[in-house]
Design a protein around this ligand. Structure first.
Ligand code: PMP
Length: 355
């Protein structure tokens, strides 16, 4: 604390990102990265960009990337906003679209950046509890509000809503913006992007960090009708008119276009997830149904914090959230089959040692 801080800074509770320790031989299953990395075509495009054009400023509109994304959905580039990871896109969304005097609704439990952004931008919010199965229940959102934001699949729980329920929400709230954060959608949920043409109140965000294996490049985007995109553009241009650098634009375009790599790695991750889920159940874990590249699971008898700490001492990292309702759960990212085998033998060892 310092007397030089502006008053707002005292009120902030910053988001705590998953750790990125530089330990040797770590089995790192704590931040939902893609174990297979990006398409080789993305790496080649990044390298080519380095030697040719890095002395020049990037295109502030990231037009190539927006066009590539738009085209694959039958839309124009003016339906796409690109930013430095979907966290930055979401930061602009909160500032530009979600402050309307009435509370913003989102689930309790959800992506913990949401209350953080609300405090940063002084947005009133109401967190709507998950149902008894830890799923989002759409009928609970039938209440007056300024706007709604939902991750689908939700995080860190991994459960997904069908598109019919998202559509019901859009119909229920024609005068409110409804944001669907689809960071994990490629691993088994239905994207709401096909609804964008029909609903002027819908904005969908996605990322290159998970299914495209490019968390380090920092590329995310939003899809919506042009008036919503224009609001984001105004905030961006008032803040930083170059969010995406040349490497990010080149790498993301190539990654987007390499559909075969994307599908192959996605399918592998989904298959590993299903095997891991069954193996965790056999170790007496309750595992929530996941449509994401992670599992959310709790052991029948052991405390989440203790299991996470014991795994860490065996160089296996998973994510534990010391929060009400979820403190006994572990969020386990889907790694390679080999990494998941290491996790399972580490867990068997931990369980035997704690009994
Ligand atoms: N939304 C959700 C639900 C997430 O879990 C994450 C990753 N932490 C993000 C958005 C942001 O991802 P990125 O900034 O890497 O695109």
């Amino acid at each position: 604390m310092s007397r030089f801080w502006s008053p707002l800074v005292h009120t902030l509770t910053p988001y705590v990102a998953g750790e990125q320790p530089a330990l040797p031989d770590l089995t790192k299953l704590n931040t939902n990265e893609n174990p297979y990395g990006p398409s080789p075509r993305a790496l080649a495009a990044i390298t080519a960009e380095t030697t040719e054009t890095l002395r020049l400023y990037p295109d502030p509109t990231a037009h190539r990337l927006r066009e590539a994304i738009a085209k694959s959905h039958g839309l124009d580039a003016n339906h796409i906003f690109a930013g430095n990871g979907s966290d930055e896109v979401l930061a602009h969304v909160f500032q530009a679209l979600l402050k309307h005097g009435k509370p913003l609704l989102f689930p309790d439990v959800t992506y913990s950046f949401f209350p953080t952004y609300c405090r940063l931008y002084a947005i009133d919010f109401r967190a709507v509890p998950l149902d008894d199965t830890m799923a989002v229940r759409i009928s609970d959102y039938r209440q007056p509000c300024g706007a709604i934001i939902l991750p689908n699949p939700n995080a860190p729980t991994g459960t997904a809503l069908p598109l019919t329920e998202i559509e019901a929400l859009l119909i229920d709230h024609p005068d409110q913006v409804v944001v669907i954060d689809e960071a994990y959608v490629d691993f088994g949920a239905e994207s709401a992007i096909p609804l964008v043409a029909h609903y002027p109140n819908l904005l969908v965000t996605q990322t290159f960090s998970k299914s495209r294996g490019l968390a380090g490049l920092r590329v995310g985007f939003a899809v919506g009708q042009p008036p919503l995109i224009e609001a984001l553009q105004r905030v961006k241009d008032s803040f930083n008119s170059y969010p995406l650098d040349r490497l990010a634009i080149a790498g993301a375009v190539a990654a987007w276009e390499d559909r075969a790599w994307f599908e192959d790695k996605r399918d592998r991750i989904v298959a590993t997830r299903e095997r891991l889920s069954a193996a965790l159940r056999a170790l007496q874990f309750e595992v929530l149904p996941s449509a994401a590249n992670f599992l959310f699971a709790r052991h029948a008898t052991l405390a989440g914090a203790q299991v996470a700490a014991e795994l860490r001492s065996r160089a296996i990292l998973v994510r534990h959230f010391p929060k009400p309702r979820i403190h006994d759960y572990l969020r386990i990212s889907i790694g390679t089959d080999e990494e998941c085998e290491k996790l399972l033998s580490g867990l068997a060892d931990v369980i035997a040692s704690l009994k």
